[in-house]
Write a protein that binds this ligand. Structure first.
Ligand code: PBG
Length: 323
């Protein structure tokens, strides 16, 4: 029963019909907005490579969070930029570190806003790597201790969800144990389960001042060529107790999102990272792409591939465009 009985264009004929048969939705509530928190007061330092995004001091971030909440955005994820860094990332797990203080202030002002914290060390180490460096490489098992202490301190400050992004082996199990021992058995872990060693993190490293001072992250983040390995990474995190999993980056890795969706029943997130954002902004700024349509298409595609929610610097645009 093909043409002329079948005419695919029938259900595309009007906006109302298209809306009726649309398979994939996108709402502000599906989006999590990343924020960069710096020290000081009344500071808003624009990030050159990420137009519209800025490093914000806590007071400014609180006002931003009030806006984000009022727009119906699903939540925020916090990254901290401490004023000093050291070999042992001590700012990452200090009870009065930048993220811990930001969480307290935001939860006090906007208690209903879902606050996720990124659990990693790269913003806090003087060398910019994601953990303890021994013999020019990141030592896995020492780093687990730092990550666990960070996660517990974030939750003690009021974080709703912790999201380890370091790619050390065993971090989900270590954090789960740490949270349970500290009296937080009900706090979920969103694992950056399949995180690739990606060039698309470039602008973020300007934003978070976390560029490695030597080498790269390929001994812990994944090789972009590997898909089956991503499934093993995810399976291990699930076994260790992850409550939600994430694929990162998103746009260049839609096949990984789809594979993860088909194999795992956990809530699945995807991170449309800084480089994906900056590419779209740059092309739109040059008049080469229509910004609003590209935002919606790029994010709808990530949802269509199977992501339940998306970490995206376009969260406020989604609220503006589709509500
Ligand atoms: C921390 C971290 C990074 C990103 C999120 N968490 C940087 C990295 O791994 O180098 C990247 C996010 C983005 O590019 O938007 N490890």
């Amino acid at each position: 029963m093909a043409f002329p009985i079948q005419r695919m264009r029938r259900t595309r004929a009007s906006a109302e019909l298209r809306s009726l048969v649309r398979e994939t939705g996108l709402n502000a509530g599906d989006c999590i907005m990343p924020l960069f928190i710096c020290t000081g007061e009344d500071v808003r330092r624009e990030i050159g490579s990420m137009p519209g995004n800025a490093q914000m001091s806590i007071d400014v971030a609180v006002r931003e969070c009030e806006l984000i909440h009022s727009l119906g955005i699903g939540g925020i994820i916090l990254f901290g930029i401490p004023s000093t860094k050291d070999e042992d990332a001590s700012g990452a797990y200090h009870d009065h570190g930048i993220v811990q203080e930001a969480v307290r202030a935001i939860k006090r002002a906007v208690p209903k806003l879902l606050v996720v914290t990124d659990v990693c060390n790269c913003e806090y180490t003087s060398h910019g790597h994601c953990g303890k460096v021994i013999d020019n490489d990141v030592d896995n098992d020492t780093t687990l201790d730092w990550l666990t202490r960070s996660a517990v301190s974030h939750v003690r400050a009021g974080a709703d969800i912790v999201a380890p992004s370091d790619m050390m082996d065993g971090r989900v199990a270590a954090i789960r144990r740490g949270l349970d021992d500290a009296g937080f058995p009900n706090t979920p872990i969103l694992s950056y389960a399949a995180k690739y060693a990606s060039a698309f993190y470039g602008p973020f490293r300007e934003a978070a001042e976390s560029t490695p001072q030597f080498g790269d992250r390929r001994s812990y983040q994944m090789d972009p060529a590997n898909a089956r390995e991503a499934m093993r990474e995810i399976a291990l995190d699930v076994e260790e107790g992850a409550d939600m999993i994430m694929v990162k980056p998103a746009g260049p890795y839609l096949d990984i999102i789809r594979m993860a969706r088909d194999r795992f029943d956990l809530p699945l997130g995807a991170y449309q990272v800084s480089g994906e954002f900056s590419m779209i902004m740059a092309a739109a700024g040059n008049g080469w792409l229509d910004l609003d349509r590209t935002i919606i298409e790029s994010l709808t595609s990530i949802r269509r591939a199977g992501a339940d929610f998306i970490l995206t610097y376009f969260a406020k645009d989604v609220a503006r465009l589709v509500g």
